[in-house]
Design a protein around this ligand. Structure first.
Ligand code: LMR
Length: 398
């Protein structure tokens, strides 16, 4: 059965973590996988999350299955967080969510749902996009294509080209949008672009599929999804994949949800039945722990306030690290202007160096980043920023 199988190359992102771990250089710096880190390079459990976990372990009295769609407090709390507590959609009967194993699980269920709705749908992703998006879409059997998004040479959005490309689309198309903190570039859609894309979605009839993995990492929980909320207020249908990996720090608990917005409540019920059926065919029902934890946290006012403060702290630290890195690079007298790093949002930024320079900085300095030159800004710290800036300056001046 398996004797013709050959080994695959390492995953473009997870492979970096493995290579970093194996490197014995004491100066090594990990700017690879998108995991938040403190000044000392740790990824601790948030205090608010720890308290919710404690409540869960004190009160959980069974390991029997949870309901197929997931933890109800989790689903209610997360819908409010993404859509906004007073959003009229919440009472419209048009919104249905299912808890899924992480953001990736949510995306996969979403693409499988699209495949059932229209097997000929084509999914448009931003150029560039998260290294795993295309693989997940293809695994669901859908065709993919790329819309212009980021101009690497000038470190800015390709706004006009993007709008032109989206204006050519129609009802057989799906447009995958990053809700905020674009991965890998950190370059977000402006409010004006959200308005224009929303209007195009209504006019042309394409389905917006929004991936939200970093709510609260850009500016704050509300500002980060303002564009998404505007879009959802206009379009008849949309899908949203939300991850709790980063903003709740629940990475290994694989906690996320897929939300469908349908034209009518009858169609919403049909979509829900398919989401549950797809999940049943793959893994039956989601793991409980992460969803139950977030459900407890979001149902408790004091814990929610504490979590929001912790999240704001992570966000502020990443903004400070951006400024620190830019200053340190410029202090080294490099010709290139890296001030765009300050404008970009969230966990990632695209340095814009060549693949050869990415390789050189890894081989010569043990500094690890994605092949695209994406860096995890949370991997920078006051103790490694000088080393990093020296290395970058040396590589750039070669
Ligand atoms: C990343 O982009 O580094 C993270 O979302 C982790 C992952 O699963 O790729």
């Amino acid at each position: 059965m398996f004797k013709h199988m050959t080994a695959l190359p390492p995953d473009p992102l997870l492979g970096i973590a493995a290579a970093f771990k194996a490197d014995s250089n004491p100066k090594k710096v990990d700017l690879g996988v998108g995991v938040y880190k403190t000044e000392d390079g740790k990824t601790p459990i948030l205090t608010s999350v720890q308290k919710a976990l404690q409540i869960l372990s004190n009160t959980e009295d069974s390991k029997s299955y949870i309901q197929a769609r997931g933890n109800q407090a989790f689903l209610d709390g997360m819908e409010k967080l993404v859509l906004g507590a007073g959003n009229a959609l919440l009472d419209s009967g048009r919104v249905e969510s299912v808890q899924c194993p992480g953001g990736t699980g949510s995306l996969r269920i979403g693409f499988e749902l699209i495949k059932r709705g229209n097997p000929n749908a084509k999914v448009w992703v931003s150029g560039p996009t998260w290294a795993n998006h295309v693989a997940v879409i293809k695994a669901a059997g859908l065709e993919t294509a790329e819309y212009p998004y980021y101009d690497k040479a000038n470190n800015q959005l390709k706004a006009d080209e993007m709008l032109e490309a989206l204006a050519q689309l129609g009802p057989n198309d799906v447009v995958l949008l990053h809700g905020c903190c674009h991965n890998p570039t950190g370059e977000d859609l402006t409010p004006e672009l959200w308005t224009k894309i929303s209007d195009l979605a209504v006019e042309k009839g394409f389905l917006p599929f929004i991936d939200i993995a970093y709510q609260g990492f850009g500016v704050d929980l509300e500002t980060d999804v303002a564009g998404v909320r505007e879009l959802l207020s206009k379009v008849p249908e949309a899908l949203i994949a939300t991850s709790c990996s980063k903003n709740f720090g629940l990475y290994r608990e694989r906690t996320g949800l897929l939300t469908s917005i349908s034209e009518t409540s009858v169609l919403a019920g049909a979509a829900l039945s398919h989401m549950l059926n797809i999940a049943r065919e793959i893994y039956s029902m989601p793991p409980s722990y992460g969803g139950a934890t977030v459900g407890i946290l979001l149902a408790d006012e004091a814990l929610t306030a504490e979590w929001k403060a912790e999240l704001a702290g992570m966000c502020a630290r990443m903004i400070d690290l951006r400024a620190l890195l830019v200053n340190k690079i410029h202090e080294r007298g490099v010709e290139e202007d890296f001030s765009f790093i300050n404008r970009q949002k969230g966990m990632f930024t695209f340095l814009g160096i060549t693949p050869e320079q990415v390789k050189a900085i890894r081989d010569e300095y043990a500094i690890y980043m994605a092949g695209s030159s994406r860096i995890n800004i949370a991997g920078v710290s006051s103790s490694n920023v000088d080393y990093l800036a020296d290395a970058l300056a040396a590589i750039l001046k070669k």
